[in-house]
Design a protein around this ligand. Structure first.
Ligand SMILES: [Zn+2]
Length: 251
């Protein structure tokens, strides 16, 4: 499964990649042996300290490690992209279903399930019911970041998702009386159409999308959270678990 539309996701991330990409130059063993002992011993000691103590300065204090943190994201800028083989699974959604099943890295599932809970809870507050379906534009897609071709997209690890909106069914029963009449029938909420809407039902949809996005951000549910404020993201939220923190959703 791949994104159906070109996406510029994670470009922002790549721009900041120099914060964490530390290149340690390779030094052949023969070079080390040729060093005078007075240099070799301190050099080896220093190298040992660096190797055991170095961790990428990628995340804020308090961030937990994620199983894919050590996978290299730097790739050749041309030619066929080879994506590391991570364990993937088909996932349909648990709390709220996805309209099309997603194909994701197994470790990403728990994040999506929590996202579904936030979707359900926020939707119940705003509309009196959860949506029937979550609409996405893609998860797994083995590709480089288009404008930063030396970087693998998190989509290449099935470690990202693009969310375009939510489909709601009619509200029935006791809950209906608490829902404004114009929001009782079935409707669709789309980032593209409603993020900036300010009148009619669209204003409610905007409120829902913004409330949901703020909750995802407040929980730091994903490490990269992009939305309409980010170039190329006027029609979707991009969430991923790359080894850096970037949030750019609200203008
Ligand atoms: Zn994306």
């Amino acid at each position: 499964m791949s994104a159906s539309k070109p996406s510029l996701c994670s470009e922002f991330a790549a721009k900041r990649s120099d914060l964490w990409q530390v290149q340690i130059p390779a030094l052949p063993g023969s070079s080390i042996r040729r060093m005078p002992v007075s240099i070799r011993v301190p050099w080896l000691a220093a190298a040992f300290v660096v190797l055991v103590s170095w961790t990428p300065p990628v995340l804020a204090d308090g961030d937990e490690r994620y199983p894919l943190d050590d996978l290299p994201r730097v790739i050749e800028p041309r030619g066929k992209v080879r994506c590391p083989n991570v364990p993937k699974k088909k996932y349909r959604g648990d709390v709220v279903r996805f309209r099309r099943p997603v194909y994701i890295y197994e470790g990403f599932e728990a994040r999506l399930r929590r996202f579904e809970e936030l979707v359900r809870d926020t939707a119940v507050e705003v509309y009196g019911r959860a949506p029937r379906r979550i609409r996405h534009l893609g998860t797994y897609n083995c590709r480089r970041i288009r404008r930063w071709p030396t970087f693998l997209s998190e989509h290449g690890l099935a470690n990202a998702i693009d969310i375009e909106g939510f489909d709601f069914g009619r509200v029935r029963g006791r809950r209906a009386k608490d829902v404004p009449r114009r929001l009782r029938r079935a409707f669709e909420v789309r980032v593209e159409d409603h993020w900036n809407a300010d009148r009619g039902p669209g204003a409610e949809h905007s409120r829902f999308l913004r409330l949901l996005a703020q909750r995802v951000i407040d929980e730091r549910l994903f490490r990269v959270i992009l939305g309409p404020a980010e170039a190329g993201h006027h029609n979707h939220f991009h969430f991923d678990m790359s080894p850096w923190n970037i949030v750019n959703v609200f203008e």
